[in-house]
Design a protein around this ligand. Structure first.
Ligand SMILES: Cc1ncc(COP(=O)(O)O)c(C=O)c1O
Length: 371
């Protein structure tokens, strides 16, 4: 058995429906801004209970648009040290300074005390990452912090399609949310992104920036823009994937429930423990090895058994390009990420694959713990 870390989900009936609709796109001759883009944007606005959805080339372009709109250039942006590289590079590309904040290992989101410590009179915005599709139970504190300091709150919901907390969807908790449709994500368009917001002016700005900076009414160039559009082909694939998002989430949640049952008696691990009203999207299912365990060796030994096991991400400041952002006081992010063991998780994972992955992990952990 060779069990990958992730695999996109295109069941046969979905593939048939997509092919029929791609044919319609080609016949229509309208390759951008057509019915499929509009439908995908509506699907995301409805799901996130926001006023506007703007389909984009990637989530990173959504981050750049949100950052530029909020006027961060010359200022500082708070970013969790447990985030994706473009959460940092987008800030730099928009002319601002990323300030890394430590994370709370129970939620993988901001450590609230460090957040307070890092805010200065130059801070303009916050990128709040729902890492692995988990919305922090402390979300109200994060919202209150942003409001208290008058900071623009950007949700990076790239992992959090359909995640909910207290009946509130990811993407509706800040001033703007961005989702990624990269191949590994909960749903995919090949690659692509979506920005959601209640702010009509931001929606207009995003629509202008994705089309070379054109004014939507006059067609004049009013911003330094780019081609950040999602074309109709990808939007068509997205519409079909989004129609099945509830099924995708149900399958992933069932897989995680099974993993949680199987690891019940293991003493060397910690798992996230969502409250009853927290429904993660489970982009990944990480468990966290105790400090005494060599997590890198565990991941390697899983690989030797042909079972993929990865860390969530390296801490951003351990990437060569961002080493200058390293500083004392990010140890909880470093420890959470470096001790993370992400088990295989994808929409069509079978019970046999889950059982084999969990069994291999338990055996290797016992070896590493020397029992
Ligand atoms: C948390 C997070 N944010 C942003 C991105 C970037 O997404 P995209 O490739 O759509 O720009 C990723 C991609 O993996 C991600 O994991």
């Amino acid at each position: 058995m060779n069990i990958p870390h992730t695999r996109p989900w295109f069941p046969e009936s979905m593939r048939r429906d997509i092919l029929a609709d791609l044919d319609k796109v080609m016949a229509s001759g309208q390759l951008m801004g057509g019915e499929f883009s509009k439908t995908l944007e509506r699907q995301y606005a409805e799901r996130t209970q926001t006023g506007f959805g703007v389909s984009l080339a990637t989530a990173t372009t959504g981050l750049q648009i949100a950052l530029r709109y909020s006027g961060v250039a010359g200022g500082e942006v708070l970013v969790p040290a447990a985030s994706f590289i473009t959460d940092v590079s987008a800030v730099q590309m928009e002319g601002a300074t990323p300030v890394l904040v430590d994370v709370d290992p129970e939620t993988l989101a901001f450590d609230l005390e460090d957040l307070e410590r890092k805010v200065t009179d130059r801070t303009k915005a916050i990128i709040w990452v729902h890492l692995i599709g988990y919305i922090a139970e402390t979300y109200r504190d994060i919202q209150a912090f942003a409001a208290r300091h008058k900071l623009f709150l950007i949700e990076d919901a790239s992992h959090a399609h359909g995640a909910m907390i207290d009946d509130k969807p990811a993407g509706s908790l800040g001033d703007v949310g961005v989702f990624s449709f990269y191949p590994t994500k909960i749903m995919t368009t090949g690659t692509g992104g979506m920005l959601v917001t209640d702010d009509g002016a931001l929606s207009d700005f995003a629509q202008s920036l994705r089309l070379f900076g054109k004014d939507l009414k006059t067609g004049e160039i009013v911003h330094r823009g780019n081609d950040w559009f999602m074309d109709e082909f990808r939007a068509c694939i997205g519409v079909h994937q989004a129609r099945h998002l509830d099924e995708i989430l149900a399958r992933r949640r069932a897989a995680v429930d099974r993993y949680l049952t199987l690891r019940r008696d293991c003493d060397y691990l910690r798992c996230l423990a969502p409250s009853a009203s927290n429904q993660p999207a489970w982009y990944q299912f990480p468990v966290f090895a105790d400090d005494g365990i060599d997590a890198e060796a565990v991941r390697r030994k899983m690989g030797e058994r042909n079972i993929a096991c990865k860390l969530i991400y390296k801490p951003v400041h351990e990437e060569v390009l961002f080493e200058s952002l390293a500083q004392p006081g990010l140890s909880r992010a470093e420890n959470s990420l470096n001790q993370s063991l992400c088990l295989p998780l994808f929409t069509a994972i079978t019970e046999e694959e889950i059982d084999a992955s969990a069994k291999a992990l338990m055996e290797i952990l016992s070896e590493e713990a020397g029992v």
